[in-house]
Write a protein that binds this ligand. Structure first.
Ligand code: MRU
Length: 357
């Protein structure tokens, strides 16, 4: 199956598949300004932790090309203005560590080059800035290429955990739409299916923005994998009444003790999985780990507009003035997680397993 071109660099723009329009319409947008990249990340036109990391990194490359005039009069001024753009992109969504990690990596590459490499010291500013611009794009492209490889490795390790035949529960969207490559948790299902395993996917619809109903089912249908969508509230009943081989989720940020932030509803799934003896696997690249945070208590949780709860597709689903609360993520305690699957392998509790470091 072809890898989705969820986010790519195309002729001086960041090209994304607009996920707000799926599954109805498959529309690609070319983002030519940093404001458009920030807006696409905020509105979830591009979404999923690794995908927003790649979009952010490409956004930094775009920012580097679009800074002009006084802002590029010398290397230091250029980098100072670029840092402002990096902060703006990183602030678009606070929970997924991948966004700040990827933007920061591009920035650090340029700062290292400027202070110690071929750009240090004298030389025509314009030529140096141009070289830094090229390097920003090269580093962002490296992040994208690595993401493709990471997805493939996570897929292999995750698929090995799945039986020859069985049912799994998926939450939010963790497929190709959530990364530049084949996905995180859902990539394990794609790989298992490719190996001939017969996996049925129970898809949490994932209120309020329906990433499961709209996006995961779109990807599974495209891949010819059998699935059924259910309301989020049905997941515990599903685990109680059917044999479920595993719950497979992604992660937006994993703290140093293994506490894992992911799409809101993940904690309820983990609690039900523990109660009914269902293995609960987190599949995420190592870039989703934030070992600077001791526990999940320190992970910033994005709170989104109340309107996302009150309306769907322009139609009110509550009284117009209903007070609402809309945390986009929650944090699952490490003790509820059976294993963390990364590109490096499968780490089981305790979280200090060597492979995690
Ligand atoms: O708000 P979203 O759609 O960006 O949330 C995405 C998730 O919660 C995913 O599960 C997570 O990013 C990990 S999968 C790549």
């Amino acid at each position: 199956m072809d890898v989705l071109e969820t986010v790519r660099w195309r002729e001086g723009t960041v090209r994304i598949l607009d996920q707000t329009l799926l599954p109805g319409r498959e529309v690609y947008r070319e983002l030519a300004a940093v404001d458009e990249v920030v807006d696409a990340i905020r509105t979830l036109a591009v979404r999923g932790a690794p995908a927003i990391g790649v979009a952010g990194a490409l956004g930094v490359a775009l920012a580097a090309r679009t800074l002009t005039g006084e802002k590029v009069c010398d290397h230091a001024t250029f980098l100072r203005h670029l840092r402002i753009e990096v902060d703006r992109i990183t602030a678009a969504r606070p929970t997924a560590v991948n966004l700040g990690w990827a933007c920061g990596r591009v920035m650090k590459r340029l700062e290292d080059l400027e202070s110690s490499g071929p750009f240090a010291g004298a030389g025509p500013a314009a030529a140096g800035v141009e070289a830094l611009r090229e390097e920003a794009l090269a580093e962002a492209q490296r992040i994208l290429e690595e993401d493709l490889e990471l997805s493939a490795a996570m897929a292999r390790h995750g698929a090995a955990l799945l039986p020859e035949e069985g049912r799994v529960i998926s939450h939010c969207n963790t497929g190709g739409l959530a990364t530049a490559g084949g996905g995180t948790a859902l990539s394990a299902v794609f790989e298992a299916t490719r190996q001939g395993k017969r996996i049925f996917v129970h898809v949490d619809e994932t209120r309020p923005l329906l990433q499961g109903a709209r996006l995961t089912s779109w990807e599974l249908r495209r891949a010819g994998i059998p699935y059924a969508v259910h309301c989020d509230g049905a997941a515990a009943w599903l685990m109680k009444t059917r044999t479920i081989a595993a719950v497979l989720v992604g992660a937006d940020r994993i703290a140093a003790n293994g506490d894992t932030a992911n799409k809101v509803g993940t904690l309820s799934l983990a609690l039900a999985a523990r109660e009914y003896g269902v293995p609960f696997y987190v599949v995420a690249p190592f870039s989703s780990f934030d070992l600077s945070l001791p526990s999940g208590c320190e992970i910033p949780i994005e709170e989104r507009s109340e309107e996302e709860i009150r309306r769907w597709g322009g139609v009110a689903v509550t009284p117009d003035d209903a007070p609402a609360w809309n945390p986009a993520f929650d944090v699952t305690d490490a003790r509820l997680i059976s294993a963390w699957v990364t590109e490096r392998g499968v780490g089981r509790p305790p979280f200090s397993d060597a492979r995690m470091r």
